[in-house]
Ligand binder design. Structure first.
Ligand code: GDP
Length: 195
């Protein structure tokens, strides 16, 4: 299975999201975690993630249609050291608004470097769930992806995994380089978004 996705819109204003019936699956992670590479590995359309990296879009929420009733939502990378405080605050407000207020959101794919494990910033994103209005119904599904798994040496795998399981998280180990986990991730996305 390969996803065919197409760019729909880029939103940098809180609340100005598309009006449609699609179920949305959002991808979030720190800058440099490998989000663009993972997007490219997940979808067919060449250069799709590059679209999100064009000037003006790196700080935006980028929407991609996926088949007839799904959408992938690329959230801006946060925690970039070179980013000014104002930009970081603006991104934080936008990401928080999207994750807590966006009704069609069904699943959050949180990307964490496989060698690092989740830190406070990532755990805080996962806990935003609690701030969604109760009338939105079912809680959103969360899928944690441990990125760049090819960089974890075989002897270090268990230690790396423990940094996730210590927080009750079972990550999908993924590598955009050698393809590990990509198909499992596609299946999980379809399963949780359609459910
Ligand atoms: P983004 O800022 O989160 O979109 O991250 P990028 O996808 O641009 O990747 C950041 C850096 O990590 C680049 O140098 C990529 O080549 C590298 N990278 C991304 N994914 C992988 C991976 O699965 N394995 C390895 N070894 N490197 C990766």
């Amino acid at each position: 299975m390969k996803f065919a996705a197409e760019f729909v819109s880029s939103v940098s204003t809180v609340g100005a999201y598309p009006r449609w019936e699609r179920s949305e699956v959002a991808l979030a992670g720190r800058s440099n975690v490998g989000k663009s590479s993972l997007l490219n590995a997940l979808v067919e359309s060449r250069g799709l993630a590059r679209t999100s990296k064009t000037p003006g879009r790196t700080r935006a929420v980028n929407f991609f249609g996926l088949g007839g009733n799904l959408a992938l939502v690329d959230l801006p990378g946060y925690g970039y050291a070179k980013m000014g405080r104002a930009a970081a605050t603006q991104i934080g407000v936008l990401v928080k608004d999207y994750l807590t207020q966006r009704e069609p959101l069904r699943a959050l794919v949180l990307l964490v470097d496989a060698r690092r494990g989740p830190e406070q910033e990532e755990l805080a994103l996962l806990s935003l769930q609690a701030e969604r209005p109760p009338h939105y119904g079912k809680p959103i599904a969360t899928i944690v992806v441990a990125t760049k798994s090819d960089k974890v040496r075989p002897g270090q795998r268990n230690t790396a995994l423990k940094r996730f399981t210590a927080h009750g998280i079972e990550p999908i180990m993924c590598s955009a380089l050698n393809g590990e986990g990509i198909e499992s991730l596609r299946r999980r996305i379809v399963a949780v978004a359609g459910a």
